[in-house]
Design a protein around this ligand. Structure first.
Ligand code: HXC
Length: 527
């Protein structure tokens, strides 16, 4: 960026100079937000101010503030003429790692960052620009909610923001950093966005602890109800950060994996070279005993560039792992079963977690790599009553509807409907490879032989030995990957150490993938 020294002229009159000076002073005053005392209170609470947060997020000298002079027009409750610098929210655009983003950071030092008509309008106009320019939209939320004095105008403002969250959805990435209170209906704006990063000490809930106590008699603290840990467990939040700076660093890291909009490919940090390497350690990572668990995350890290894997929603449905990584410099979305948690079974929460992630990756042209080791859907009354059929169907829907490149690697078990739900060939996987340890079957060998060889086992002299032999036979002849490969449902059976090579070549071959679907308004995801 270059700045030209203006040539001195003598045409400016004293009144012009006075107006310019007044503008400078006004700008400076408004930039102080709620003033030194409230800024000190904000710092005492361990929080940065909205302006400090923006300085951390946006590259120096690139931030262009919009609507600094915004002013409410409320006259009720003694509000007439009451100044609220910047209307309690700082809005504008600037660069993050050389790419433009639009941002709205609520300023708690001004009327508690409460949302009135003009506050909301600033956010809406910023969102409109993000949409038109195809740039990510980021909010930093720190607000007491709807500005009580502005009544329906405040509610209307929220409605306008929600509406735009939906317009932007699937066009530009939307990330919310929750850095203070975010209560009541206000929580629905972040909920409509793609990712929520909660800073330790922040809270999100619909009904606060006080009201909850009156209405239901339940007694919980705000932290227990809506703190980051609680909202990770509920599946609302995606990441926890220890403080504002960490949250902003995480937001930048997340952005580094994402395209600016749905018409772009994700950022490519590569140099066009495919980097193959054989990793013999991968040949030793699956235990001999098919019932023995192993951690899938080290496998993922050994395969992707530099072991750099950004796990999303850790702490929610950990039986499924999702996140972003790169192969040959380009972003991939990773989905995997996690054998160390409930043997990697799919349940209601895991289905929701995977389905939503698959839809995000598809919307933003991010190829999906699915690592399969799944014993099935979780049996149980609670799961059935909770609608495992409806939730599991979301995964089938999301994978089938996704047209982004889809590659599946069967590591070990791929049983029953869960084999299909994890993007088997028939759900449109472009490429499917299996490790030699793969077992693909309607159900696990133990359960299967108990049904199909029931009589033979019962009549055998040594039923336990007979069952063990039938299990061995079933596994070798029926569930082996060679059966699937023989039917072209698996395109390659690979030595685990060659997985990186397989993925590099497969992704390169799918760069030009085009897939067209029938025109329709939209499909009906079983929500
Ligand atoms: C107007 C508000 C405000 C609000 C805070 N302030 N929230 N002003 N409307 N919603 C003002 C306070 O009056 C105070 O102004 C200043 O912000 C700082 O607030 P404090 O209370 O001093 O701060 P703190 O002790 O940190 O408490 C923060 C707080 C508390 C927990 C957020 O302010 C609070 O409970 N606020 C009300 C929250 C609320 O009920 N909001 C409505 C939710 S319903 P002064 O000038 O006195 O310093 C909702 C519906 C949205 O949002 C529906 C959308 C569909």
């Amino acid at each position: 960026m270059t700045q030209h020294e203006p040539e001195a002229t003598n045409i400016s009159s004293a009144s012009t100079r006075a107006r310019i000076e007044m503008l400078r002073q006004q700008r400076h005053r408004l930039e102080q937000g709620g003033g030194p005392e409230r800024i000190a209170r904000q710092h005492q609470a361990g929080k940065l101010t909205a302006r400090e947060r923006i300085h951390l997020l946006i590259e120096p000298d690139t931030f262009q503030e919009l609507f600094l002079f915004s002013h409410h027009r409320c006259t009720a409750f003694g509000m007439a003429g009451k100044e609220m610098p910047g209307e309690g929210v700082i809005t504008g655009c600037g660069s993050v790692d050389g790419r433009q983003v639009f941002v709205a950071a609520q300023d708690f030092t001004v009327a508690g960052g409460s949302v009135g008509e003009m506050h909301a309008d600033k956010i809406c106009q910023t969102m409109d620009l993000a949409l038109k320019c195809g740039s990510p939209f980021i909010t930093i939320n720190d607000s007491g909610g709807a500005r009580i004095q502005e009544g329906i105008d405040a509610l209307s403002g929220y409605g306008r923001i929600f509406y735009r969250n939906v317009l932007l959805s699937g066009v530009v990435p939307q990330i919310a950093i929750i850095a203070g209170p975010c209560a009541g209906g206000a929580a629905y704006s972040p909920a409509l966005m793609d990712f929520i990063i909660m800073v330790r000490g922040s809270e999100m809930f619909i009904t606060g602890p006080e009201v909850l106590k009156q209405v239901t008699g339940e007694q919980v603290t705000g932290e227990e109800l809506g703190g980051p840990e609680a909202q990770i467990r509920s599946g609302v939040a995606h990441f926890i950060a220890e403080n504002d700076a960490e949250a902003i660093a995480l937001c930048k890291r997340l952005l580094s994996f994402l395209p600016s909009n749905n018409l772009e490919d994700p950022p490519d940090r590569g140099d066009g070279e495919l980097r193959f390497y054989n990793d013999p350690v991968l040949d030793t990572m699956i235990p001999d005993d098919p019932r023995e668990p192993y951690d899938v995350i080290p496998i993922i890290k050994r395969i992707v560039d530099d072991g750099d894997f950004l796990e999303v929603q850790r702490g929610f449905a950990d039986n499924a792992v999702i996140g972003f990584a790169r192969i040959d410099g380009s972003t991939v979305g990773i989905v995997a079963n996690q054998p160390t948690v409930m043997a990697g079974v799919l349940d209601i929460d895991a289905s929701d977690k995977i389905a939503r992630f698959v839809r995000f990756c598809n919307a933003f042209n991010i190829p999906l790599i699915t690592f399969i080791d799944v014993p099935g859907f979780l049996p149980g009354v609670a799961q059935e009553r909770g609608g495992i059929i409806r939730h599991g169907a979301k995964m089938l829907f999301a994978y089938s509807a996704a047209t982004t490149p889809k590659i599946s690697i069967i590591l070990r078990k791929a049983y029953g409907g869960a084999y299909l739900a994890m993007c088997g060939k028939d759900l449109g996987a472009d490429r499917v490879a299996a490790w030699p340890s793969a077992e693909i079957a309607v159900m696990g060998p133990e359960a299967a032989v108990n049904i199909i060889y029931r009589d033979q086992i019962k009549q055998a002299d040594d039923p336990a030995a007979a069952r063990a032999e039938f299990v061995r036979l079933y596994r070798a002849e029926f569930a082996s990957p060679y059966v699937g490969a023989g039917r072209n449902l698996i395109d390659s059976i690979i030595v685990p150490s060659e997985t990186r090579r397989y993925l590099s070549l497969a992704l390169a071959s799918l760069r030009t993938k085009r897939e067209f679907r029938p025109q329709k308004k939209h499909g009906l995801v079983p929500l």
